[in-house]
Ligand binder design. Structure first.
Ligand code: GRF
Length: 204
């Protein structure tokens, strides 16, 4: 069974969707560890409530310090024989050495239709201020190009008049909760093949 590490900085609703999918037998993988850079993150208590190991790995702002922190995180994941790293609301950029060490084995969920509103922690707010009529979410493989890796899946949602950040985020989040576990399952079953910058979904 594929062992998954989930990196989460905040509330952890995507983590919940992964754990529920695992419980329902549809993840085809097992979440073995949850790593957060914030000791108070709700995601850590979600992990504990589900009996999943949780680790705190602070991510300092200084590049060299962050490199060291992510090397330690990498070692911890390797020790646990993790085969897939899922960024589910992780608010720090993964450094090049981490991404290279886990090449092709990191998935991220981003709350916009990439490549629109990439590399920001405020994608929904930016979508609203840009006045787009459609937004959504993207699940993609992580490369050193932040939010620019091959796209596994996307879901669109309408932007409605009267929307604010909270209402748009909630509409997008509903789709994230559907797409992310499905992408993990496809990965686990070996149904994702990368051709250039395109992910081909299907058996074999
Ligand atoms: C999600 O919208 C995710 O796309 C973004 O941060 C949010 C995390 O939510 N990167 P949660 O912590 O999974 O509830």
């Amino acid at each position: 069974m594929l062992k998954v590490a989930v990196l989460a900085s905040g509330r952890g609703s995507n983590l919940v969707s992964l754990l529920e999918s695992e419980k329902a037998g549809s993840l085809d993988a097992k979440v073995v560890v949850v790593v957060s850079n914030h000791p108070q993150a709700r995601a850590l208590s979600v992990a504990r409530e589900h009996g999943v190991e949780s680790l705190i790995c602070p991510q300092p702002w200084r590049q060299e310090d962050r490199e060291a922190a992510q090397t330690a995180m990498s070692d911890a994941l390797q020790e646990r024989e993790v085969g897939l790293v899922v960024c589910a609301g992780f608010d720090r950029v993964l450094v090049g050495s981490f991404v290279r060490r886990w090449e092709g084995k990191i998935i991220n969920v981003h709350p916009s239709l990439l490549p629109a509103f990439a590399n920001t922690l405020h994608a929904q707010e930016e979508a609203l201020s840009h006045g787009v009529k459609v937004s959504g979410c993207t699940v993609h493989l992580v490369t050193e190009d932040v939010d620019g890796g091959p796209i596994i899946s996307q879901a669109a949602v309408p932007v409605l008049s009267g929307d604010d950040v909270a209402s748009l985020s909630a509409r997008i989040l509903e789709q994230e909760h559907r797409l992310l576990p499905a992408a993990v399952s496809l990965y686990a079953r070996g149904h994702l093949r990368v051709e250039g910058r395109t992910v081909v979904v299907g058996e074999g």
